[in-house]
Design a protein around this ligand. Sequence first.
Ligand code: CP3
Length: 352
Amino acid sequence: MSPSKPQAIGATPPGETPLLLRALAGEPVPRPPVWMMRQAGRFLPEYREIRSKVSFLDVCHNADLACEVTLQPLRRFGFDAGIIFSDILLPLEAMGRKLEFGKGMGPRFPDPVRTASDIDSLKPIDPVRDMPAVLRAIQITREASGVPILGFAGAPWTLACYLVEGQGSKNWIEPKRMMMNDPASFQRLMDKLADAVGDHLQAQVEAGADAVQLFDTWAGALSPEDFRRWALPAAQRALSRVKGAPRLYFTRDTAAFLPWLKDIGADAYGVDWRTDIGRAREVLGGAMPVQGNLDPIALYGPAHDIRARVHQIIKRAGPLGHVFNLGHGITPQTPISGVEAAVEAVRSWQWT
Ligand code: CP3
């Protein structure tokens, strides 16, 4: 091992397939692999240290810094996978819309997409030309890391939410207004986004990503009919452009949509804590791998409670095809000790 490699506990011994890829292939594992959405970020002092000097977008656009920030949680916790440090909204910047992250405000598009001509003006992206930092970050992080590295993108519906609304929202009135009033234009937007996202994911696989995750964070804001009409086929269209690595599809608040998720054609599905993971397995079919699903706020509880909750999820999910994760991202005030307790609980599990 060269001195530059992180001492990631849980790094795969040479010649062995990493736990994450075994679980995603439905192969037997002694315990589930564990990683956490937003495992790199503000709850870590070493991340805040970098962010005290460099803006969020500048970290994303600098492959060396993005690599460093991706490795931070691997060094500290020994996760079984890293997720490359970037953001789902960056491809929209590459498509020509100005993107801002204000202090404590979340993302903003000062010129949201609202009309047919706005949609026409979105540039198709060539990920190698337009998103070089994330691709380079994947290459160097993979060389430096002993565990698999995930690439990711936002699903078309979730990207349309931010792009049309212009900022975060509860009701997503603007994207839904376009969907209801001008379905033809909205369809064109979803198609453009699906193709951009699919090509972006494929470029990440070609750069070395071991698996990719499509985040459809706001799928649960749609009615079942609108989910099936809009979000589902767009996610399917995006994933159909991706070959060569397992593809995960993550949603929140979609327990009622479980019976249709398989139509998306992903290789595994991430569910949030509102879905019973045992039921998700039943509905998706025993062979379909699932990822999840500890309530991220459970990490604020005592270690013994975290351990009991983690073991309950592992038991409910069963021995084959489970990737342990949270049901959504780590929040910024999460105690480090809570993350340590959860990781330790997964690592101490033994399927016999
Ligand atoms: O560790 C990781 O998970 C990898 C990096 C990652 C980030 N964002 C970094 C980030 C990933 C996978 C994302 C995905 C993302 N980004 C999603 C989908 C998943 C989810 O959380 O629902 C969404 C909806 C976004 C858009 C986004 N980016 C929002 C709404 C915000 C503001 C809210 C917040 O948490 O601050 C961001 C900013 C963001 N993305 C931060 C990080 C570490 C915080 C930036 C900072 O340092 O101030």
